[in-house]
Write a protein that binds this ligand. Structure first.
Ligand SMILES: *Cc1c(COP(=O)(O)O)cnc(C)c1O
Length: 476
């Protein structure tokens, strides 16, 4: 470094305000109130260090630093740091129960109940009748039994936990018979054979991938058998030359041999969805009535509640499950119970379900209604993406998601963005998708068939207004 630049540097450095002076300045007073002295001090030091390093390395963009400049850089850094990482997005993917976007959205009753549980003490494990210690399951097991026809119930963190706990409590060091056609992997590394070995149970596979018969179950039963298990295939289907044995055939076989049947239902709906034209799923009640001794299912799939795993079934088996040490490790918190109770309450008035239960309201939303939304949003999106793209409102199909068959079944409507020049526009569409994903409230769509597709099924009124507002603020 030459003498001249050395002296320039010294002059520049000499004009850098001291940390003390910066912290005491009027410009920084409000920042200190908002973020606290410790955080602001840390950010000021980082900013000054960065500036000094830039000056020393001869970075031409580094010029004299004043307090106002410093303030804007420190403020931006603090704002970035304090932004919530869990952000609201617009789910325009067309998948209603999108696991990566948080699955079921909860009705207002559940939101209010969670708020109360967060801010006020509650009888979580306190028996108000006797004044003694209570059991948190007591808060909702009656309600679950009423809605499913089961004798007893308990709740854990999610359905994977429900299956793990059930197998640990009922089949540790013993054999569990499962058809090869049901040894499935559900997204996010939930594999029946792995869960089985984690639980210390021995998997006894029977039949073939496409066909399993009652005699396969019969022949596999031995002195080591603890359970016969059926698993909902959830996200895959095989067709053609197939055979699976229905629960109402397996259950009598198990029971005459003194064994129990466990069913992992996955989604576990409480009502017959076909009454609204949705694909038919066996309900939890039907599964109990068909002879299942234990049924496990998720709280945040078709049930429409918070993340949870529900276990229902025979009283003696549920008691055994509740006594297992893993139950303590997998139990739900008060927020989950607070949210689950009002959701279950809504099922007591099935005639109003499609209006009150958010998940079902979205799943049953009429295509005509979604079409009107698409036509209303179209101009704002066209404005936002600019003239190089054409935005049209078009019919499309949504998916249920979360273990309902991964096929497009729900007639819907949405906005389709294509390049105007008729080229495939792979890179342009990716850039556009990124632009929408980086908005203040990110817009999540999907690219398919040389177009960016935004399914508006999950965009309800308040969100629609917010999306339009956000798009209007964009200059393409
Ligand atoms: C979704 C699913 C699970 C996992 O449930 P989580 O609530 O996500 O833990 C387990 N089994 C089946 C059959 C499923 O569909």
């Amino acid at each position: 470094m030459s003498d001249v630049s050395g002296s320039e540097l010294r002059a520049l450095m000499a004009r850098v305000p001291s940390v003390e002076k910066v912290m005491a300045s009027a410009e920084f007073a409000a920042l200190i109130v908002e973020y606290g002295r410790t955080q602001v001090l840390g950010a000021v030091r980082e900013s000054l260090d960065r500036w000094r390093a830039g000056a020393q390395s001869g970075d031409a963009s580094v010029s004299a630093l004043d307090v106002a400049q410093l303030k804007s850089s420190v403020e931006a850094a603090l704002r970035r740091r304090n932004e919530s990482r869990l952000r609201s997005v617009f789910n325009l993917t067309g998948t209603v129960l999108h696991t990566n976007l948080g699955r079921a959205l909860l009705p207002d009753e559940a939101v209010q109940a969670v708020m109360k549980a967060l801010t006020q003490p509650a009888n979580l494990e306190f028996d108000l009748g006797t004044g003694k210690r209570g059991d948190r399951d007591d808060l909702i097991d009656d309600l679950i039994c009423e809605l499913t026809g089961a004798e007893a119930a308990t709740v854990v963190n999610n359905n994977a936990a429900a299956v793990l706990l059930t197998l640990s409590a009922l089949a540790s060091k013993k054999e569990v018979i499962v058809s090869r056609g049901e040894l499935v992997e559900i997204g996010g590394a939930f594999r029946i054979p792995d869960i089985m070995s984690r639980a210390g149970a021995k998997l006894r596979e029977i039949g073939t991938t496409n066909r399993t018969h009652l005699k396969d179950y019969e022949e596999a039963i031995g002195p080591q058998t603890a359970l016969l298990m059926k698993v909902h295939a959830s996200n895959y289907a095989i067709s053609g030359f197939t055979k699976e044995v229905a629960l109402d055939e397996i259950a009598p076989l198990a029971h005459t041999r003194g064994l129990a049947v466990a069913v992992d239902l996955g989604s576990g709906t409480l009502v017959d969805l076909s009454q609204w034209g949705l694909p038919r799923e066996t309900t939890v009640r039907e599964t109990v009535e068909a002879g299942a001794d234990i049924v496990t299912f998720s709280g945040d799939k078709l049930l429409g509640g918070p993340q949870a795993g529900l276990i229902v079934g025979r009283r003696d088996l549920i008691a055994k499950i509740k006594k297992h040490p893993l139950k303590r490790a997998l139990r739900v918190g008060k927020l989950t119970l607070a949210a689950l109770e009002p959701v279950l309450q809504i099922y007591r008035a099935p005639e109003r379900l499609t209006e009150r239960l958010t998940t079902l309201r979205l799943l049953t939303r009429a295509a005509g209604d979604i079409r009107l939304a698409a036509e209303r949003v179209q101009p704002a999106l066209q404005h936002a993406v600019g003239e190089r793209y054409a935005v049209t409102a078009e019919p499309m199909f949504s998916q249920i998601g979360s273990g309902a068959l991964p096929v497009d079944v729900l007639p819907s409507y949405g906005l389709v963005v294509k390049t105007v020049d008729g080229k495939r526009g792979g890179r342009q569409l990716l850039a556009l998708e990124k632009m929408l994903r980086e908005m203040v409230r990110p817009v999540i769509g999907r690219i398919a068939d040389d177009a960016l597709r935004l399914d508006l099924r999950c965009l309800e009124a308040a969100d629609e207004a917010q999306l339009v507002e956000q798009l209007k603020g964009v200059r393409a």
